[in-house]
Structures are given as structure tokens and as C-alpha cells.
Design a protein around this ligand. Structure first.
Ligand SMILES: [Zn+2]
Length: 346
């Protein structure tokens, strides 16, 4: 399957050139891997996977349009982060302990890369609200809290983007609506990275306008979990059937609990680190199960006409090419969902 986009039905997807020329529509996916971090030799953060994924998508884009992301601004970061923390990152004054908790030493390129990481998710969210589905080729930095980073996460891209989309929605509604109080944009975070979305849960703990769902390895990092609106902790070595049944049940619960005010936007963290070949995941999901997982989520959202912004989130394969295979399948499935939103031409 490597290098070949695969549709929800397992068939290879390609557009004949003449159709591509007439209809160049495809799902937008944002990247920023031209910015790299100077990490010490042997550092376990697999930075090269971002360039590998982009190269794979460039070689065989299927129905995905690649775009360089735009950077987030300091003001946008303040929607979810404290000024002291934002400025410490931007100005290079993080304490040694704060840098250790993030897992990256502060370096010249760190602020800029961190701004683009959030910006890619903002770009994906805006595109999703227009076109139904869009993606960031990175993102999903869900361990970042309002006032600190953690676990390779500097800023919480989804938290900033969720708050910004709500603010932009509010402004647009206020300008158009004759109602005194426009309805808020409700956001749902579906976090299927294998690690709990502790930072996201903390940021939105007292915010009923954002519903947080996290399915994760119960014994895995972070060892001190935060309370999401719905947490499903899975045992080590959890396999396909248990996982997919837990996801189906969790989504059912989400729709029931959000029935009175359904989401107008979903952030989907499609982590590849629940795969059996992952160094950090501790679960035993097959690539096929991860594909079914993606389809279960995206089909449910498409059926309800809820826009979805995807982040690739974690993935630390023993063989990074396998991680990239999984992410490419996720993007291909998302592009199929995009095509259904936009006329069912895929
Ligand atoms: Zn993870």
C-alpha cells in the first residue's frame, strides 16, 4: 500500500489528467516542514516524518492540495495561553525545567516553528468551515497547557484554533444577525492520539462550548491525566475489536450529550501512535483498524454535515515509513470525505 492513496473501499484513487485539469478541487492540507528544529543527535522526536509525509503526498497527491501554512500571531496564542508563557517561548526565556518538560531545548527556530504549527491548524479549521474537511500534516499538540508546554508540545494548536474559530464565528454572526445574542459555535475535539489530551482537557475544563473526547492508553503518558468531557482509558495491548467498539460507543455518547447544542466544527486528532508498530503507543491496532477508525469518525461527521479539521498528531513507528503510510491513508480517507461534501466526485 505504501505510496498509493487508498480510498475508503480500498481502491487506488487517481484522477485522469483531463478531469484534474477541469476540476482541480481537492482537500486542502497545510504543512510547514521547511522549518526544522536543531535537536541533539539521537533525540527521540521523529522530526523527519513531517518531510516524509509531505514528500509522499507530493509524489502521489490523489485528491489532496498541499499548501504552506501561515504562522499564528501572538494575539491568537493568547486565546488559549497565558502571556507569560507565550512570551517566554517567543523571547527564549523558558526555564531549564520548562524546556525539559517540553522535551525540546529552546533553539533559534523553536518560536517560529511553534507559530507555524498552530497556524497550520488554524488554516485547516478555516478551510474545513468553508469546504467541510481539511488537514494539517502535523499538529495535535495536545499536551500543551495554558501556561506550559509538555511532551513535545509547545503551544496547543487545537485550543488556539478552536477559540479563534469561535471568535470569528461570533463576529460574523454579530455583523449579520438581528438577534441580540448570536448562537456560539460549539466545538468538539475528537482526540484519538494514543496519549491523553491532558492540555486540551485542562484548557477547556470550565468551557461548555468545547466538548473534549479522548480515547487513550490508560497506563501511557501523561501519567497524571486531566478530566476531559469524556475519557476512555484503554488497557495496554488493546486490539482492534475492543478499540473500535469503544470508539463506536464513545461517539454514540458524544452525540447524545451534545444533542441540545450540536458541534459546528470538529478537530480530529488522528494520531498514528495507537498502531502495533509504534515505539510509544503500547496498543496493538492494525493499520486496517486505524483506517476503519478514521472512516468511522469521518463518516459520522459527514452524515451530520459537521466540518472537520484533522491534525496528524503523534506517530513514533519503529519504522517511520509505516507511520507515514498510516497518515497517508488518513489523509486519503479525509479527501474522500471532502469529495462527498463537495459533490461526491471522488
Ligand atoms: Zn501521542
Amino acid at each position: 500500500m505504501r505510496g498509493k492513496p487508498v480510498s475508503a473501499t480500498g481502491m487506488k484513487q487517481r484522477f485522469p489528467d483531463e478531469i484534474q485539469a477541469v476540476w482541480c478541487g481537492a482537500m486542502l492540507a497545510f504543512h510547514y516542514d521547511h522549518l526544522t528544529l536543531a535537536l541533539p543527535p539521537g533525540h527521540r522526536f521523529p522530526q523527519s516524518k513531517y518531510q516524509m509525509l509531505r514528500a509522499r503526498m507530493e509524489a502521489d497527491p490523489g485528491a489532496v492540495r498541499l499548501r504552506v501554512a501561515s504562522p499564528a500571531s501572538r494575539e491568537q496564542l493568547l486565546l488559549a495561553h497565558t502571556p507569560d508563557y507565550v512570551d517566554a517561548v517567543l523571547h527564549g526565556t523558558l526555564s531549564a525545567a520548562a524546556q525539559r518538560e517540553i522535551g525540546f531545548p529552546w533553539a533559534e527556530g523553536l518560536p517560529r516553528r511553534s507559530l507555524f504549527s498552530v497556524g497550520a491548524t488554524i488554516d485547516a479549521a478555516r478551510a474545513a468551515l468553508k469546504e467541510g474537511v481539511a488537514a494539517s500534516l502535523a499538529g495535535g499538540t495536545h499536551h500543551a497547557y495554558a501556561d506550559k508546554g509538555s511532551g513535545f508540545c509547545v503551544f496547543n494548536d487545537v485550543a488556539v484554533a478552536a477559540r479563534l474559530m469561535q471568535a470569528e464565528h461570533h463576529r460574523a454572526q454579530s455583523a449579520q444577525s438581528t438577534h441580540a445574542v448570536p448562537a456560539a459555535l460549539r466545538v468538539l475535539v475528537i482526540d484519538l492520539d494514543v496519549h491523553q489530551g491532558n492540555g486540551t482537557a485542562s484548557i477547556f475544563a470550565d468551557d461548555p462550548s468545547v466538548f473534549t473526547l479522548s480515547l487513550h492508553g490508560e497506563k501511557n503518558f501523561p501519567f497524571r491525566k486531566e478530566a476531559s468531557d469524556l475519557d476512555i482509558g484503554l488497557p495496554d495491548a488493546c486490539g482492534d475489536q475492543v478499540y473500535l467498539e469503544a470508539l463506536e460507543d464513545a461517539l454514540h455518547q458524544v452525540w447524545l450529550r451534545m444533542a441540545d447544542h450540536p458541534p459546528g466544527l470538529v478537530f480530529y486528532l488522528a494520531g498514528a501512535d495507537a498502531h502495533e508498530g509504534d515505539r510509544l503507543g503500547r496498543l496493538k491496532l492494525s493499520a486496517e483498524a486505524l483506517d476503519r477508525r478514521d472512516r468511522m469518525v469521518l463518516d459520522a461527521l459527514a452524515a451530520r454535515r459537521i466540518p472537520a479539521a484533522l491534525s496528524m498528531a503523534g506517530g513514533y513507528g519503529e519504522d517511520l515509513a509505516v507511520t507515514v503510510d498510516i497518515q497517508q491513508r488518513t489523509l486519503t480517507t479525509a479527501a474522500t470525505s471532502w469529495a462527498m461534501w463537495n459533490g461526491g466526485r471522488n
